[in-house]
Design a protein. Structure first.
Length: 140
């Protein structure tokens, strides 16, 4: 799962709670500007058994239509290891959930932002977000 939502939180028990998931366009009062809040990227990554005990590099990038970065690049970067919980059987895929706040990211122009999700140097998904200016500057 790789989705933009109004709200996302990772609970202490590992569950991912979402509200308003499925956002694919935003109306801003003007550009350049920033993404409004609250706004989150929520993701759930299934990791094959053979990779569960490896340290994997996770990156999320915000790119324009020409695949050039918007602001800081990447917006999220880190190492993760899913591990093998007691009771996991050989061959099981295990998952990790993550919620990332993206409010405040710079928006230099109208168009489509493309969020790229990369794990272990592989592109897992591309999530587009269309940026529009609301006529009259009325906001989101």
């Amino acid at each position: 799962m790789f989705v933009i939502a109004d709200h996302a939180v990772l609970a202490p028990d590992g569950k991912l709670y979402l509200n308003g998931a499925g956002i694919d366009q935003i109306f801003l009062p003007s550009v350049p500007g920033t993404l409004p809040g609250p706004l989150y990227i929520a993701l759930r990554i299934r990791v094959p058994w053979r990779m569960t005990s490896e340290s994997l590099r996770l990156r999320i990038r915000a790119l324009d239509a020409d695949r050039k970065p918007f602001g800081a690049d990447p917006i999220v970067e880190g190492q993760m290891e899913v591990g093998r919980a007691p009771g996991a059987r050989a061959g099981d895929e295990l998952a990790i959930n993550l919620a990332v706040q993206i409010a405040g990211l710079p928006v230099p122009q109208v168009g489509t932002m493309h969020f790229h999700l990369e794990l272990a140097e592989r592109l897992l998904g591309v999530l587009p977000l269309k940026i529009n200016v609301r006529p009259g500057g009325a906001g989101v």
